[in-house]
Every structure is written in structure tokens, then in C-alpha cells.
Design a binder for this molecule. Structure first.
Ligand code: AMP
Length: 296
């Protein structure tokens, strides 16, 4: 793989793009493998471009940004093991490259879609986060001009925001990549992999298992209200009650609440079921997780 920092060295062929903030783990490796598997769909067998950029504008907590893990050497190895070819690229730009001051040419950032501002999920608990995510993704798309970009379902609301952002840009006549979703990769006990998991103490790691267990409990309930109650009960039993930010069942795409949470819902269409989503603090670490609801 080639490590580059200068956008002028990016390939001309429209590649398969995996945006990350580094500190890569098996979840990221799965995105690279998904990109590798997609190459055959293109006549050009395009290169994979993995960006490693800790985007300052999406952090609403300066301490979180300061302590975000930085592991570039290990990240390169992991990408090579996940199917990276010699012509694949790790793009690790400087902040000044992404946000030159003064800007060299404007980055078209469409207005934030409703799914980034209305659901009262991540948008409520991380003000400004999706504005930063949309800003950096639009800028990276502008520099890389990928054919497709792969995002993890782990960050479900982010995935919906990116889909809505690219749909709006496409409707406005801009060339946009296909947005591909990859399923969440979990540790053996069910904990969703995250770059922040390394900050969990052994006791917190044990408590954190309650997130995936809560999603599992929710999937056995037949109404959204019962599912939300089941998630809360599980998190509270694990001692996570005070840290709960949300434990909600929503429409999978819009992330709007269901109209009648006490009744058994009909899926809007088979391909857009509902989603159960959780955010909770475990000690000082904020974790999120989600799953299809009810279980498919
Ligand atoms: P991050 O480096 O945390 O910004 O994540 C970069 C990409 O990896 C995003 O599309 C995430 O949704 C995805 N990702 C992070 N953790 C996982 C996971 N456990 N399984 C699948 N994808 C993940």
C-alpha cells in the first residue's frame, strides 16, 4: 500500500473509498474487505483509498479529540492484511490540506439533511457533530472523487445522514459516489468494535456488554415502547442507568419516532425496517450501538 499525504498524488481512476479516523480495528478491516470484494463490479478494478484523518470539526468535546488514539503504523499493516494491494492508498492528509486557510476553492456542502438535525439522537447529544461529518466527507469526496464510499452500520445515523447528503447533492446535479453500508463487527461477547473501546477498564468492558444485550432484549419485544423499556432495564441492571442518552426504536431511514409506540408496527417496506439505537456513557466513555428491530 502507498501512504500519501498530498492530494496531487491521489489516483485518477475513481476508487473505492473507506473514510476513517485511524486507530483501525477489525470493523474497519471489514470495510476494506468489502471494498476489495467490490472491485470486480468495475471494469477498471479500481484502487481502494482509505483516509485516515482525525477531523477536528466533528468533535464537540476537545478532550475527546486530544485523546483520540493515533496508530498510523499499525493502521497500515491492518489495511495490508485486509486485502490492500500495492497500488491501494492510505491517504493521511494534514488538517491544513483538508481545511486550507484561506480556502483555495469552496467545498460544496449541502444544507444538513433533516436526519442530521431532527431525530434528537446523536444530533441532540453531539451538537455540531454532523455538520463536521458532512463538511469533512464532502471535502474528501471533492479531493478523491470516488466511485463508491463504504460506511459502517455501527454509526447508523451517520450512514443515513451521508445517504441523505449525497442524494441531495446528486439531485442538485453533482457527481456523487454510491454509498455502501457494511454490517457492524463485534467482539466475541457482542461488544461493537470501536476505536474508543481501548479506554474501557476491564470492569467497564464487562458493563459495556449490556449495550448489545439490550438490543437483543429489544428484538424479542413486539411494540416499540416495550422494546425501549427492555433496553433501559438491561442498561440499568448493568449500572448504566445514569449514563443513558437514548435507547430508542425509530424508522430506520428517517430516524423519526414511530407514531403509535404501543402498537405492533407494520414495516413501511421490507427493505426499510425499524432500528433500535442506543447511546450511553460507560464511565467517561460514550458508546453507541444499534440493530435492526424487530430481529429479522
Ligand atoms: P471511525 O474511524 O470511527 O470514524 O469509523 C470509520 C468507519 O468505520 C465508519 O464508517 C464507521 O461506521 C466504521 N466502523 C467503525 N466501527 C465499526 C464496526 N465495529 N463495524 C463496522 N464498521 C465500523
Amino acid at each position: 500500500m502507498r501512504l500519501i499525504t498530498n492530494p496531487a498524488d491521489l489516483p485518477r481512476t475513481r476508487g473505492l473509498f473507506v473514510p476513517t479516523m485511524g486507530a483501525l480495528h477489525a470493523g474497519h478491516a471489514a470495510l476494506v474487505r468489502a471494498a476489495d470484494a467490490m472491485r470486480t463490479q468495475y471494469q477498471t478494478s479500481p484502487p481502494i483509498i482509505i483516509s485516515i484523518f482525525i477531523n477536528p470539526t466533528q468533535f464537540n468535546d476537545p478532550k475527546d479529540l486530544a485523546r483520540y488514539p493515533r496508530t498510523l503504523e499499525a493502521d497500515i499493516n491492518l489495511c495490508e492484511q485486509a486485502g490492500g494491494r500495492p497500488d491501494d492508498i492510505i491517504f493521511a492528509p494534514e488538517v491544513e490540506t483538508i481545511y486550507p486557510s484561506p480556502p483555495k476553492r469552496p467545498t460544496p456542502v449541502p444544507p444538513l439533511p433533516k436526519v442530521a438535525t431532527e431525530p434528537r439522537l446523536e444530533d441532540a447529544h453531539r451538537p455540531g457533530h454532523f455538520a463536521g461529518v458532512c463538511q469533512v466527507v464532502a471535502r474528501l469526496f471533492q479531493l478523491i472523487n470516488p466511485a463508491a464510499a463504504i460506511f459502517g452500520e455501527k454509526d447508523w445515523q451517520q450512514l443515513q445522514v451521508i445517504r441523505a447528503m449525497t442524494a441531495a447533492a446528486r439531485a442538485a446535479g453533482q457527481i456523487q459516489p454510491d454509498i455502501i453500508a457494511a454490517p457492524t463487527i463485534r467482539e466475541a461477547g457482542g461488544l461493537a468494535m470501536s476505536s474508543r473501546n481501548i479506554f474501557l477498564s476491564p470492569a467497564e468492558r464487562e458493563q459495556a456488554l449490556a449495550l448489545s444485550q439490550a438490543l437483543c432484549d429489544a428484538s424479542a419485544q413486539i411494540t416499540p415502547a416495550a422494546a425501549e423499556q427492555a433496553m433501559r432495564s438491561r442498561l440499568e441492571s448493568a449500572g448504566l442507568g445514569p449514563g443513558i442518552q437514548y435507547a430508542a426504536v425509530r424508522h430506520a431511514e428517517t430516524l423519526q419516532p414511530l407514531k403509535n409506540p404501543d402498537t405492533v408496527p407494520t414495516p413501511p417496506t421490507p427493505s426499510t425496517p425499524y432500528r433500535a439505537l442506543i447511546a450511553t456513557k460507560v464511565g467517561s466513555i460514550r458508546l453507541i450501538d444499534n440493530a435492526a428491530w424487530p430481529a429479522r
